[in-house]
Design a protein around this ligand. Structure first.
Ligand code: ADP
Ligand code: MG
Length: 353
């Protein structure tokens, strides 16, 4: 168990990304329940004029999807990315500033949180014509290293693993043995995890696509492309001043970028047997992450990192001196009312770390 002494100032940035309606939502005539007021403010379940229409002079309320009064709840975040935002916009507003932080020697973590289909993988990995923020961040880091290579000797390596069913697998060595998470003091190690050095944009892109393709995915009753795994992409930076003594230590820092499993409730998916266990374990890692976030937010001395594989893995990258970014992904269609609300509340909680 790690004990943090003293208090650290807010070191988490929480943003929300709203994706446009998909075909299915449009076919269901989905109503918009997320009104983005500006870059910092959104209203969940607003009372909209369009909800009301007049029929023969009498005002009718057409809202009936759950017959509750509008929540009209305001949420404020450091940034809200509306449906027209690009991955470049999200990169500019989130992980761009982590590049110097990592090069200054601090561990950083970036989480994409949200229900299945909310846009996590689109944000982290992206599409060939719109690379995600993982790609954009690593490319920018390479450029920055190129700029300072006269002063510093820097080595970079990347790894990509999956936490699935409380087991750890190397996504870049898919036929390898299951891996273990070990702790050495405050450091977290995954012995046997392959380390790679993609030397150009194309290699990096191929590596990300290859790793993503190796993620464990199972069709479930609720959603055919439901992803039940947490994908963790890590960049390790080892550096030393060129003027430093040969015996001087290298400074080590890492940036972890995590595409979390869907946050929707397992109960909604009707699992049985193996799928049920799977669901329970997903909840375990996500629940543990939530508990760590809560403990950090409350300034507790004991942070329950040991409660799941995911939090053990991220123990040295969450809280303390680390910088974190939480990207909460949501749709804005009323058909995902509960998921959107739960995601916004989770993100709200993370703000207070
Ligand atoms: P998740 O990883 O959260 O389950 P995805 O990222 O796979 O969800 O997104 C689900 C679908 O929605 C994908 O087809 C994806 O291309 C699309 N999508 C997600 N976010 C956006 C966006 N901001 N703009 C356009 N399409 C998006
Ligand atoms: Mg996904």
């Amino acid at each position: 168990e790690v004990q943090f002494s003293g208090s650290s100032k807010a070191n988490v940035k929480v943003v929300v990304r709203v994706r446009p309606e998909n075909k299915r939502e449009l076919e269901h005539n989905a109503k918009c329940v997320v009104k983005v007021v500006d870059e910092h403010l959104l209203v969940f379940d607003p009372k909209e004029e369009e909800d009301d229409f007049f029929f023969q002079g009498v005002k009718q309320n057409v809202r009936d999807f759950n017959k509750k009064v509008h929540k009209e709840q305001k949420f404020m975040f450091e940034h809200i990315f509306d449906i027209n935002s690009t991955n470049q916009d999200v990169y500019d507003g989130t992980t761009k500033e982590l590049i110097d932080t990592v090069l200054d020697g601090y561990n950083c973590s970036v989480f994409a949180y949200g229900a299945t289909g909310a846009g996590k993988t689109f944000t982290m990995l992206g599409k060939p014509d719109m690379p995600g923020i993982t790609f954009l961040t690593v490319m920018a880091l390479y450029e920055r290293i190129e700029e300072i290579k006269e002063e510093k000797s820097i080595e970079v390596g990347v790894s990509y693993l999956e936490v699935y069913n409380e087991g750890v697998r190397d996504l870049l060595n898919p036929n390898g043995k299951p891996l273990n998470v070990q702790e050495n003091g405050l450091k977290v190690l995954v012995p046997g995890l392959s380390l790679h050095k993609p030397s150009n944009a194309e290699e990096l892109m191929k590596m990300l696509a290859f790793g993503n393709q190796n993620r464990t995915q199972h069709p479930t009753d609720a959603n055919a492309d439901s992803s039940r795994s947490h994908a963790v992409f890590q960049v390790f930076v080892k550096q030393k001043e060129r003027t430093a003594n040969v015996s001087a230590n290298y400074a080590l820092a890492k940036l972890s970028m995590i595409d979390l499993a869907g946050s929707e409730r397992g109960s909604a998916t009707g699992f049985r047997g193996a799928r049920f266990r799977e669901g329970a374990n997903i909840n375990k890692s996500l629940l543990a992450l939530g508990n760590c976030i809560n403990a950090l937010a409350d300034g507790m001395r004991h942070i329950p990192y040991r409660d799941s594989k995911l939090t053990r893995l991220l123990k040295d990258s969450l809280g303390g001196n680390c910088r974190s970014v939480m990207i909460a992904a949501v749709t804005r269609a009323h058909t995902s009312f509960e998921d959107i609300f739960n995601t916004l509340r989770y993100a709200e909680r993370a703000k207070t770390i």
